[in-house]
Design a binder for this molecule. Structure first.
Ligand code: TYD
Length: 421
């Protein structure tokens, strides 16, 4: 669909909560944005996709969500740029999650079936397959699905839906564990997926998923978690509500360090598993933080505006002093920052990254060139903007040499400033 056609259609639309159906009030507006993962090549076409990105909040469901989202097929296509296995700490993370979940939920089960929704390149599912368990990965992006298949994993190259759940159920039966990481927040038809989960899990089965956590976004001002793929940012309050609409129950919660602050939700059929105290405690914490009140999001929007001004001022000062500034990590998140703040290659002249599918391309919208971090011909800059701030520890420890040579890093989370001053 042409950009203009899409925008016109959206302007006419009244936005409603994807969970409750209530009208949505706009709380945060981040302006004209391209796709977060829409890295482009030269020559730049006129057809780069842009849309107006703003968020709404519904006090009944507690869902913080994008008002409009490009078609899923625009985002998750055959050239999807994100590969889960590019970070060593993420590889370790998924291996640990698999061990914990298998021990906790599959221990006494002789022939369990595990389904992963949005399995990417198989970074989690390979740990299930190694245990000899029956498994299915569902992955809509063809290029990453092929990598998972090449690892010998059983993959459906499609979107997860109620129809697909029925197909899996009729060929393999009900499943014991459904897992999803950084996927559920991408799915606009969340009611359909919860319905599908309810029908696919066995009576004592469990659905576990983890996603960037709304409470962290509000507390850390990490507004870059908002981009086209993240149609929702969840909280315990909103997931508790969603479960209740589908005969499911939120039975446990765990804070997770990934993606700059995530939450892992454990869900089962109503009344089938004991409910941990963590759920009540977290809901109380969220109520105190104001996550159920619309005012909280208007205040957040004001802090986002301040963050923009501070980042622009810091980068403009660096430019006036003749400093070379690069960004570290061609993240989807940073697409939001560059396009919202108006940061182009005059302020950040280059992005470095280690992902082969991004190197040689340009960042979406503002077209900052992306180079291989390990390219020996690339001189170090004076300053790095830590776009991949969610991997801060891994990057800081691997870049000790740079730090000792006086290269500085800046961040915008939770405040704009220098990391190593
Ligand atoms: P990611 O954490 O997936 O963020 P997003 O979901 O916003 O895209 O992306 C991290 C990016 O940073 C990814 O492109 C890989 C890159 N990266 C490096 O180049 N070097 C590193 O050491 C690490 C940890 C990541």
């Amino acid at each position: 669909m042409e950009n203009r056609e899409f925008l016109n259609k959206m302007q006419l639309k009244k936005f409603t909560c994807r969970v409750s159906g209530n009208p949505l009030e706009e709380v945060v507006n981040l302006g004209r944005q391209p796709l977060g993962n829409g890295f482009v090549e030269e020559p730049f076409g006129k057809n780069e996709f842009f849309y107006s990105m703003s968020c709404g909040f519904d006090s009944q469901s507690g869902m913080f969500q994008l008002l409009q989202q490009p078609e899923p097929s625009t985002m998750f296509h055959q050239n999807y740029a994100f590969l889960s296995s590019t970070s060593t700490s993420m590889v370790r993370h998924f291996s640990n999650v698999a061990t914990t979940l298998c021990e906790r939920y599959l221990g006494g089960n002789l022939d369990p079936l595990v389904v992963e929704i949005g399995c990417n390149d198989g970074v989690f599912l390979q740990n299930i397959a190694h245990r000899g368990y029956r498994h299915i990965g569902v992955e809509p992006s063809e290029n990453v699905a092929l990598i998972a298949k090449a690892k010998g994993l059983n993959i459906y190259n499609s979107f997860f839906s109620h129809d697909l759940a029925c197909e899996i159920k009729s060929s393999l039966g009900k499943c014991d564990l459904i897992y999803a990481a950084n996927v559920m927040c991408h799915i606009p038809e969340i009611n359909d997926v919860f319905r599908a989960v309810e029908s696919l899990i066995a009576d004592d089965g469990v659905f576990v998923f983890e996603d960037p956590y709304l409470g962290d976004v509000i507390e850390r001002n990490s507004y870059d978690q908002i981009y086209d793929e993240h149609v929702f940012l969840f909280s315990a309050i909103s997931i508790d509500y969603l479960c209740k609409q589908h005969g499911l129950e939120l039975i446990n919660l765990e804070k997770v360090w990934t993606h700059g602050g995530s939450m892992r939700y454990h869900i089962a059929k109503e009344g089938r598993h004991a409910k941990s105290e963590s759920v009540t405690i977290q809901v109380k914490t969220e109520l105190k933080l104001g996550l159920a009140r619309v005012d909280t999001y208007f205040e957040f929007a004001e802090r986002v505006k301040t963050s923009r001004l501070e980042l622009l001022s810091l980068l403009s000062c660096a430019r006036e002093q003749g400093k070379v500034v690069y960004a570290y990590g061609a993240t989807s998140k940073s697409t939001t920052i560059y396009n919202y703040c108006g940061i182009d290659s005059s302020l950040i002249s280059r992005i470095v990254d280690n992902t082969p599918t991004k190197i040689g391309k340009y960042s979406p919208g503002v077209h900052i060139p992306i180079s291989d971090r390990n390219d020996p011909s690339l001189a170090a800059p004076d300053l790095y903007f830590l776009a991949a701030w969610n991997h801060r520890e891994e990057i800081m420890s691997k870049e000790k040499n740079l730090l000792s040579r006086g290269v500085k890093f800046i961040t915008h989370v939770p405040r704009v400033g220098y990391i190593n001053d």
